[in-house]
Design a protein around this ligand. Structure first.
Ligand SMILES: [Zn+2]
Length: 472
């Protein structure tokens, strides 16, 4: 062995030694294998520190996020079966639609510009009585899932009838959802009495409990459509089955007047008296509440879902969202059903929320873009009591991630990504959607549903609905 070789060997040994010293050991050089990398996008984590990486990376293994951070720091640590190039786009947690009635997509535009009570009793309830079947619910939910995935929604909360058929459609679409079977004192499309609806709920929960994407739940429609006896039964069943309760609460002034006359207390206080306020409850609307009621919602960890467009369209009023947030209430956003919105577009919901509360308070600093994004992501997760699993991009959480293009004419030029997402972006700007680690939409193409078949079926149901409303 000549001297040159010895020096070369010593240099190599020195180099390896210093690499070990720097932490660049062989384990580090051996890349961790993951299933999916999303690289190069402006990555909004929505974590507690509000971290944004201008050249980010999200690593996903199975259904979980394993790393989020700066691409230049992390890229060498991972090798992936698939890589999504997100350069020029935003990468963020999937949006959470905290309140809707998915199958009502088939009633989109059936009756607009009416007062809630008239809208419900003259159009929605009769149209539902004549048309809502298992098949209607299944196809209507598929249509809603198509629209929601297309617009970057990865989790939603539903309240409707034939919830087993809703679950079948949701599982097929690959969306995450809390699905609540409706309980009403009136005869409903799937149950003649509330007792039968409670029995349906038990069967539904038994069938879907433990599904990786679906949390079965119970949905007493509202305090004014259920007796106290029914609401107490609902509460007991929810406690026994350990399931969430989804309910419309304090939506209109008429409701507050009726409940106060009937029970001597405003809706939130009445629900407190009969034991309904708890972390189990996800309350939609909560428009008409006083300070005492806001404190009660906070104390009982009730999740509140704000539906600004439905509230505006039905002229229900303006929920005191900034005051609820200040009081520590967990608030998320929802679209409500397509019959009272008329879309399931969470980008519209974010923008409307930001604008509505500025004009309501006369203060343009109220509800800024970051807060609107938070309501649709981590805030919604808190309101659903799922903040440990979803709502932000953090290691250990479920991989619910969306890639939103930023190069459409209405998004150019880019100064501030949060401003652009809330005030300038649209559902159609969403490119790619990942739910529970699975790519369900890639570059605008839905991978889980037959959209042509859904379009045909939806139009067939529309014709049936029109005929049914003409027949006496
Ligand atoms: Zn609703």
């Amino acid at each position: 062995m000549n001297r040159k070789h010895t020096i070369a060997h010593s240099l190599v040994a020195l180099l390896i030694g210093s690499m070990v010293a720097l932490g660049l050991d062989t384990a580090r050089l051996e890349r961790q294998s993951v299933d999916l990398l999303i690289e190069g996008g402006i990555t909004l984590t929505m974590n507690a520190a509000g971290q944004v990486f201008s050249d980010g990376l999200v690593a996903i293994r199975g259904d979980r996020i394993v790393a989020v951070g700066d691409r230049r720091e992390l890229a060498s640590r991972f090798s992936a079966a698939r890589v999504i190039d997100a350069r020029g786009a935003a990468v963020m947690p999937g949006l959470i639609n905290g309140h809707t009635h998915a199958a009502m997509s088939l009633f989109r535009g059936i009756a607009d510009d009416l007062v809630l009570q008239e809208w419900l009793t003259r159009y929605i309830f009769p149209a539902e009585a004549k048309n809502v079947t298992r098949e209607f619910v299944y196809w209507g939910t598929l249509l809603a899932c198509w629209e929601m995935i297309r617009g970057g929604t990865t989790t939603f909360v539903d309240m409707y009838y034939y919830e087993s058929s809703v679950a079948k459609a949701v599982a097929q679409a690959g969306l995450r959802a809390i699905l609540a079977e409706t309980i009403l004192d009136l005869p409903s499309p799937d149950s003649r009495t509330p007792q039968l609806a409670l029995q349906y709920t038990e069967r539904f929960v038994a069938q879907w409990r433990g599904h990786p994407l679906i949390i079965p739940a119970i949905g007493p429609h509202a305090p004014y459509t259920n007796s106290t006896v029914t609401l107490r039964r609902v509460n007991r069943l929810a406690e026994r089955l350990r399931i969430p309760i989804v309910m419309h609460v304090a939506e209109t002034e008429t409701e507050v007047r009726d409940i106060t006359r009937r029970y001597g207390a405003r809706p939130i206080r009445y629900l407190d008296e009969i034991g309904l306020l708890s972390p189990r409850l996800i309350a939609a609307h909560v428009v008409h509440v006083d300070e005492r009621e806001i404190a009660l919602l906070g104390r009982h960890h009730v999740g509140v879902i704000h539906n600004p467009q439905s509230n505006m369209k039905l002229a229900s009023g303006i929920a005191p969202v900034p005051r609820m947030i200040r009081a520590g209430v967990a608030v998320g956003l929802g679209t409500d059903g397509a019959a009272s919105n008329n879309t399931l577009d969470m980008f519209e919901a974010m923008k409307t929320t930001a604008l509505l509360h500025k004009v309501a308070t006369g203060d343009p600093r109220v509800l800024n873009a970051h807060q609107a994004l938070a309501l649709a992501t981590i805030g919604g997760a808190r309101a659903l009591h799922l903040e440990k699993e979803i709502g932000s991009l953090e290691p250990g959480k479920r991989a619910d991630v969306i890639v939103v293009g930023l190069d459409a004419p209405h998004q150019i030029p880019l100064y501030d990504v949060e401003s652009q997402l809330v005030y300038a972006s649209r559902a159609s700007d969403v490119r790619t959607v990942i739910i529970n680690g699975r790519v369900v939409m890639r570059d605008g193409n839905l991978l889980t549903l037959d959209t042509a078949a859904i379009r045909i079926k939806a139009n067939e149901f529309r014709d049936k609905v029109v005929k049914s409303l003409k027949a006496k």
